[in-house]
Write a protein that binds this ligand. Structure first.
Ligand SMILES: Nc1nc2c(ncn2[C@@H]2O[C@H](COP(=O)(O)OP(=O)(O)OP(=O)(O)O)[C@@H](O)[C@H]2O)c(=O)[nH]1
Ligand SMILES: [Mg+2]
Length: 374
């Protein structure tokens, strides 16, 4: 068959034989647009905002993925379109349980998410798994790893796995993940699991976008709490000692009580909820149902107290403020007049001609003039 012959791409080594793995199969014929003369080329369907909104609302995974791609794009045109779609979908968001999962690399977060995700799908839930990992584009790329580690979950029609958006600042990744979460909710996913590695600042970002924050740890906590910052433990709604299986089970129980001790002395983040430590084996599934019961109990309490709504609203308001601050800061720092004045002020400081307070005042005067101009 003519169509199925292969050709060797230009970049293949010249001595590569027929068996070279990167031979490219000739694809379908290119389709030219009938109204446009000239060489034939592919015609890509242009979707309207309505197409996206309706697609997402019907739970069409392809349209959901496309909408997320727009949200993740840094191109101004896509950005505007993504925001318009998001705005239309906002009334359909919020109907999910949002759980953040953090822990040191190798703690078993992805394995746990796969086990929990499968458990929830079996209960008839629709599960979306997202990742916040601003370092993934430079480091080992946990994206690929997660796709293979969550192999059974990724094949299910009631689960949706979206690796972390590649590249960008934490602020950018943060925005993309929050908005992706909202799109998934609009598409009918009732459980959102957000994985993030428990080093750096991404766990703080995840903490502020979820209802329940779960910290996955390993046995043998010892004194140093395995490099997990104390601050992370303080914001946990539960601690889960993973890999409580085989010879490790006994040790896991000891670790659990060590964490219970630590938690006992911490002031609870959420009123009416005392975080506790649990054990599980993501590998054999023990303790998975129990930890989900804990999440459900938490959600019940929050809803009964009316604090779920208010907490989510506060999270959104904090987020709005944070984005505004970041933008403002960047606009100020990039303003040519401010840059010039900063250089002058630096000179004055170096020669002890201005006090720090006067220098700050001088910069503020320039900033105020610039703000009035804009
Ligand atoms: N014995 C045992 N091994 C486990 C368990 N959970 C995970 N593992 C193993 O621990 C290793 C790391 O698991 P992952 O799920 O990839 O860990 P992670 O926290 O997602 O790691 P990063 O994404 O790299 O931060 C894998 O080899 C898993 O098979 C468990 O419950 N028991
Ligand atoms: Mg992982």
């Amino acid at each position: 068959m003519e169509n199925y012959t292969t050709y060797k791409p230009e970049w293949a080594p010249s001595d590569a034989g027929k068996e070279f793995a990167c031979q490219v199969m000739s694809g379908i014929d290119e389709v030219g647009h009938p109204s446009e003369p000239g060489p034939a080329r592919f015609v890509r369907k242009q979707y309207t905002v309505d197409d996206y909104v309706e697609g997402v609302l019907r739970g069409d995974r392809m349209m959901l993925a496309k909408a997320i791609t727009l949200i993740e794009s840094n191109a101004p045109k896509h950005f505007a379109l993504g925001q318009e779609i998001l705005q239309r979908l906002l009334p359909h968001t919020g109907n999910s349980v949002r759980v953040g999962i953090t822990g040191v690399p190798g703690a078993g977060k992805s394995t746990f998410i796969e086990a929990l995700g499968n458990y929830l799908c079996n209960l008839g839930k629709k599960v979306a798994v997202l990742a916040v990992d601003p370092s993934s584009s430079v480091s080992k790329g946990s994206i690929l790893g997660d796709k293979t580690r969550m192999e059974t979950l990724s094949k299910r029609s009631d689960a949706f796995i979206r690796p972390s958006p590649s590249g960008g600042t934490l602020g950018g990744v943060n925005r993309k993940s929050r908005e992706t979460m909202l799109l998934c909710e609009a598409a009918g996913f009732d459980t959102i699991l957000v994985e993030t590695v428990g080093v750096g600042q991404s766990e703080t970002a995840v903490r502020s976008m979820v209802d329940f924050f779960l910290v996955v740890v390993l046995t043998g906590a010892g004194d140093d709490l395995q490099g997990i910052k104390k601050g992370v433990i303080e914001t946990a709604d539960a601690i889960l000692v993973n890999k409580a299986d085989g010879a490790n089970k006994q040790k896991a129980l000891v670790t659990r009580s060590e964490y219970e001790q630590v938690l006992h002395y911490l002031r609870p983040v959420v009123e009416g909820w005392a975080p506790k430590a649990y054990t599980c084996s993501a590998l054999n599934g023990e303790g998975i149902a129990e930890i989900w019961d804990v999440v459900m109990t938490f959600m019940d309490i929050m809803e009964k107290r009316g604090s779920l709504q208010s907490r989510r609203q506060q999270q959104t308001l904090d987020w709005v403020w944070q984005m505004t601050e970041e933008q403002l800061r960047s606009e100020i720092l990039n303003n040519p007049a401010v840059i010039a004045r900063t250089a002058e002020v630096r000179e004055e400081i170096v020669h002890n001609r201005l006090s720090a307070t006067q220098a700050a005042q001088a910069l503020l005067d320039t900033i105020r003039v610039e703000v009035r101009k804009s």
